[in-house]
Design a protein around this ligand. Structure first.
Ligand code: SF4
Ligand code: SF4
Length: 262
């Protein structure tokens, strides 16, 4: 079997297994592959150091041969409605918490799936982005050294494009999708990188002044972190907001195209 066929066969096996996991857990999602080196080159220097420490003695061979698998699973349509719901006139934080708990549930499923895929295909799982940290740090910059950007992996793996809200926008699921990553030590069939399709859309900028002013703020992500802290003071249980996800899914130029299960 030549190299390309071996890569294709392995990629198909991984994809098939991922879809089995999706089916058995009753979730919806997507998967894609990219080169380890491509992701490494795009990460912030501090995240590159983290990736080196995670991969240890395998790092050099991963740079030459390795791949990254991006897996994503989606929220349900009804979860999105709970974000900043104002059906009673006031913001309903209790309903917002249903979305917050779903964020946590999706992270746990992703963590289990990434472990399962890593076990089966000789990989290293990188968990879904952790919650529970925003109140333990003084500035969002401290957060970057703790994580590897799943968005960089997902975008290079062709799963979605980087939206104006800085989230990964999937063609079908909008940004109502969460990610984990698996590093594997062999080449896979790579997908093409997704280029932005946001165009003239401003739905996420219209609901969040931090996104709208991201080019003039010192770091809009710090404003975002502080807003999440404010939400926690209102009783929101996790490190979430989600307004820019709701705007993209329900109000963007793609609102008729995006679809999530009910
Ligand atoms: S999560 Fe909320 S505060 Fe943060 S960028 Fe999105 S809408 Fe703005
Ligand atoms: S709301 Fe519109 S501009 Fe914002 S990320 Fe979604 S498609 Fe792009």
């Amino acid at each position: 079997m030549n190299n390309q066929r071996a890569e294709a066969t392995r990629s198909e096996e991984i994809t098939r297994y991922f879809h089995q996991l999706l089916k058995s857990s009753g979730e919806e999602g997507d998967i894609g592959f990219t080169k380890f080196r491509t992701v490494f080159d795009e990460l912030m220097p501090i995240q590159q150091e983290k990736l080196k420490s995670i991969t240890g003695t395998q790092f050099e061979s991963l740079l030459n041969e390795g791949s990254m698998i991006s897996i994503g699973i989606t929220y349900r349509d009804r979860n999105i409605n709970f974000i900043e719901s104002k059906d009673s006139g006031e913001v309903d934080y209790k309903l917002w918490n249903i979305y917050a708990r779903e964020y946590d549930r999706l992270n746990q499923i992703l963590n289990q799936m990434s472990r399962d895929i890593a076990d089966r295909f000789d990989g290293i799982p990188l968990k879904a982005t952790m919650g529970g940290l925003i109140g333990k740090i003084d500035h969002v910059k401290e957060y970057f050294e703790m994580v590897i950007s799943h968005r960089v992996v997902a975008e290079n793996a062709g799963i979605g494009w980087r939206g104006k809200n800085q989230l990964t926008i999937h063609e079908k699921f909008s940004c109502a999708i969460r990610f984990a990553t698996i590093i594997v030590p062999y080449p896979l069939s790579m997908s093409d990188r997704s280029e932005s399709k946001c165009g003239s859309c401003t739905a996420c900028e219209d609901v969040c002044t931090f996104i709208k002013n991201r080019d003039i703020l010192p770091d809009y992500r710090e404003n975002c972190r502080r807003y999440m802290l404010f939400l926690k003071s209102k009783g929101i249980e996790k490190d979430i907001c989600g307004k820019c996800i709701k705007a993209c899914y329900q109000s963007s130029i793609f609102k008729e195209v995006f679809s999530l299960r009910s």
